[in-house]
Ligand binder design. Structure first.
Ligand SMILES: [Zn+2]
Length: 265
């Protein structure tokens, strides 16, 4: 049961959750920076990190104002990778996470997983649009490293929304996509198997095995999981889908799948 509870918590994370949420500080005024986004015609448009002081007290309060989300996240990940690959500080506590960050698996991870890994390595990140520099404070001896990052501020907008209002990407779909990504990486020899994947991702092996079992689902069911709306998928319990992946007969699987959808309503 503990496993299912963990899955539910993870399902609350979204594709559009900021990678740096909870660890980003404004270097200009010392306030927290939060992840926000704008919408256009009901569609997701741009992501930003906004200084909370500038947001609450007006743009004249803090020169940092807001920084484009993707630009900042890309800059942070690049500096982190370069620094950790070359300097390799002794951080035995988060060695697994550092390996995940530096491995080819990194690019295939969902944002929620990337965020979890970064939070294990980094205590705080600060940024300053005037100097275009980033500061990264590592858990290792709480050392702060400063990097030239070319970050710039974005135009200040009024219509930012909180990230909690975004639709959640169903846990079941994320699990299935991760299984496909891992299978590809196992096929080309990048990772050696479930144990290696578990080590790289910082999960226990059972969770990886459960994930990989989703590949035993009939292709038609997998298609449905990939293409269904989040509303339709979120009502189906993931453990029920795992149970039916043990059924080897695809015809019987399909009956069980229909039953799982019916009883979920
Ligand atoms: Zn500020």
């Amino acid at each position: 049961m503990a496993q299912y509870k963990t899955d539910r918590v993870q399902a609350e994370n979204t594709e559009f959750t900021g990678l740096l949420t909870g660890i980003l500080k404004c270097k200009a005024c010392g306030s927290t920076m939060i992840h926000t986004y704008t919408m256009k015609k009901k569609k997701f448009k741009y992501r930003y990190y906004v200084c909370t002081s500038a947001q609450k007290q007006g743009i004249s309060y803090c020169p940092n104002r807001s920084i484009p989300g993707q630009l900042l996240e890309d800059a942070v990940v690049k500096r982190l990778k370069d620094y950790l690959a070359n300097k390799a500080p002794t951080m035995p506590v988060c060695q697994t996470e550092i390996e995940a960050l530096l491995s080819p698996v990194w690019d295939t991870l969902f944002p929620a997983e990337k965020r979890r890994i970064i939070k294990q390595i980094v205590k705080e990140i600060d940024c300053n649009a005037d100097t275009q520099r980033l500061g990264i404070t590592f858990y290792d001896a709480e050392v702060r490293q400063e990097f030239d990052a070319g970050i710039t501020r974005s135009r200040f907008k009024k219509q930012w929304k909180k990230e909690e209002q975004l639709q959640t990407e169903p846990s079941l779909r994320r699990s299935l996509l991760l299984a496909h990504q891992l299978r590809r990486l196992m096929a080309d020899g990048t990772i050696t198997g479930n144990k290696h994947a578990a080590e790289l991702l910082g999960y226990n092996k059972t969770k990886i095995e459960h994930n990989m079992n989703l590949l035993m689902l009939a292709p038609a069911i997998q298609d449905e999981i990939i293409n269904a709306t989040p509303e339709a998928l979120n009502i189906i319990a993931e453990y029920k889908v795992r149970d039916l992946s043990f059924e080897v007969d695809w015809k019987k699987q399909s009956d069980l799948w229909r039953e799982a959808k019916r009883t979920a309503l």
